[in-house]
Design a binder for this molecule. Sequence first.
Ligand code: DC
Length: 223
Amino acid sequence: MKINIAIDGPSAAGKSTIAKRLAKVLKFKHLDTGAMYRCIAYKAHLLDIDISDEKGIAAFLSSTTIDFDSSGKIYLDGIDVTNVIRQKEIAWLASNVSTLLSVREDLVDRQKKFANEKGIIMDGRDIGTVVLPEAEVKIYLTASAKNRAERRYLEMISKDPSITYDDVYQEIIKRDLQDSTREHSPLKKADDAIEVDSTDLSIDEVVNKIIDIIKERKGSPND
Ligand code: DC
């Protein structure tokens, strides 16, 4: 019987990159739940609906489809939005939209259905606490804010040369604060999660560390 793995942590800690890598190594399915909040935020933006208009946003949820293909592409209502939802403005809108209870309920429901079968790695902010509280392995992935901002800046500069390190740093701090202080399912380390600080580690080192944690806890992840 396979296990489920929850990875939570603050913005730009490398959760999705690590989760993707782990999924490949373990042959698990991966769900990037942050991308789902980004999709809803992007749709609200396209429809010109203000994030404070919860009724307006709730009204389009049931007719909205969010799909992932095996190469990691993300489709909102059938349209490839993989790159456009990564913009800094959408990250902030996603953090705002994720404070709305109706949005959380809708997306958490989809996420739980995705995990009906075992062998799932899910990353986000509330996976170990709310979405998969029974996950066999829970990781809380952190890194210093400076380190997270540096990594995110290097990722973004090639796509948007006008961006500065300070913009990215401020955005991360602002988002961490909102995500960890919101009323509904704030970002929080689950009591039984193991904290992994990736500040001085490479991607491979973090992946190997998590594989060691899985082996320690469960033996083989696919047993
Ligand atoms: O992981 P990310 O940066 O793509 O997430 C974008 C926003 O979505 C994040 O600022 C908070 C929200 N989010 C959430 O509230 N719960 C999750 N499980 C995942 C993301």
